[in-house]
Design a protein around this ligand. Structure first.
Ligand code: BMA
Length: 366
């Protein structure tokens, strides 16, 4: 299905290509490809479209893992999501797999492939707890953020981890040597307290310092092909609370939030509240907005896509909405349909809606 977004994206791509011919970096310091990605993210919502996204989409799904050219989303609707996200967790340790057992080589290949087919990529980072050596959810120690900041006991070790992440980012190159632009989304859901960088585990000053240190480190390492996303949960009740730990307009390129459905009414209330705040902050700070993670585990509602998700998100100017992974190792831990799944037919309607963008709706960036 070709939507009118293609014409708009073609114009944007041509403009980006002209920029690429004249200078290796734009005045913002970003690569032309990253600049173009930002332009596209802004444009899609202006055109009343949004990208559909799915975490770990091409690397495993329900009943399969490791196959090539496969995706549960594609098996249902014939196309890949326009946005794919992946997680960097444990890459920092230098092993060969991430926290969800995806080979790092495979991640690299899929990130590049998604860009080359015209899609976009977002990367989260469920990084281990550098003090205890346990996972990102280990909140037993409330001094972890302080300890990775300059002068802290874990600072040098943590800079080593960030160096490994920067190397990974720098390794994301196309066959013709261009760096693949990605939306980096570290330190997410920080308004809850389930990650070591969460609300109760550090002060606002420490949290912002963690962000600035991350950003500056990447700049020093020559990582100029990233956009940066700020994505709290739905705890903030107003724009001031939403912005309480905001690192700054000079760092952040896109703002969003994460929220999941457990109870439908509560989910819709959270979505309305967060989307209202997001739209206001997006306008006043001139940032594109997105629902950076969402979903209804096991999608037991057969019309969830068109009767719950679409009606609420289509009222607001978001650039993308992304659902979480279809785990192959956790029964019922999936958020996108697969062939025969209860919501699969409804997802086909969602795909056919002119507002949703899948990869074929995007122009191949050459
Ligand atoms: C969580 C769950 C975990 C997973 C983590 C990072 O929400 O899906 O099983 O390890 O995300 O992908």
């Amino acid at each position: 299905m070709i939507k009118d977004i293609r014409m708009m994206i073609t114009i944007v791509v041509l403009a980006g290509g002209m920029l690429a011919c004249t200078s290796p970096h734009t005045s913002s310091g970003r690569t032309p490809e990253a600049e173009q990605m930002l332009t596209e993210l802004k444009e899609v919502s202006r055109q009343n479209h949004f990208l559909f996204g799915h975490h770990d989409d091409p690397v495993y799904g329900i009943g399969w893992g490791g196959d090539e050219n496969r995706s549960d989303v594609k098996s249902v609707c014939g196309d890949y999501p326009a946005m794919m996200s992946f997680d960097l967790g444990r890459i920092e340790l230098g092993g060969d797999k991430n926290l969800d057992n995806v080979p790092i080589e495979r991640l690299r290949r899929e990130i590049i492939a998604q860009y080359e087919r015209g899609g976009m990529v977002s990367l989260s980072w469920h990084t281990d707890n550098p003090v205890t050596g346990k996972d990102a959810w280990d909140v037993s120690d409330s001094t972890v953020v302080a300890s990775v900041l300059p002068g802290g006991a874990q600072h040098d070790k943590f800079m080593g981890w960030m160096g490994t992440i920067a190397d990974f980012m720098n390794s994301l190159t196309t066959s013709d040597g261009r760096k693949v632009p990605v939306l980096f989304r570290p330190w997410h859901e920080h308004t809850g307290s389930w990650f070591w960088w969460g609300q109760a585990l550090c002060s606002a000053t420490e949290y912002k310092a963690l962000w600035r240190m991350t950003y500056e480190f990447m700049q020093q390492k020559g990582v100029k092909h990233l956009l940066y996303a700020y994505s709290p949960g739905t705890e903030p009740n107003n724009t001031a609370e939403y912005l309480e730990r905001y690192p700054g307009d000079d760092i952040i390129d896109l703002i969003g939030f994460d929220t999941y459905q457990f109870d439908r009414r509560e989910y819709l209330n959270n979505m309305e509240k967060a989307l209202t705040i997001l739209t206001e902050v997006g306008q006043s700070h001139d940032k594109p907005t997105a629902v950076t993670e969402t979903g209804y585990e096991a999608v037991p509602d057969s019309t969830w896509w068109t009767e719950t998700l679409m009606p609420v998100i289509s009222k607001y100017p978001i650039s993308y909405v992304l659902v979480w992974r279809n785990a192959r190792e956790r029964p019922n831990h999936y958020y996108a349909p697969y062939p025969g799944q209860a919501s699969a037919n409804d997802f086909v309607k969602f795909h056919a809606d002119p507002r949703t963008l899948f990869v074929r709706d995007m122009k191949t960036k050459k």
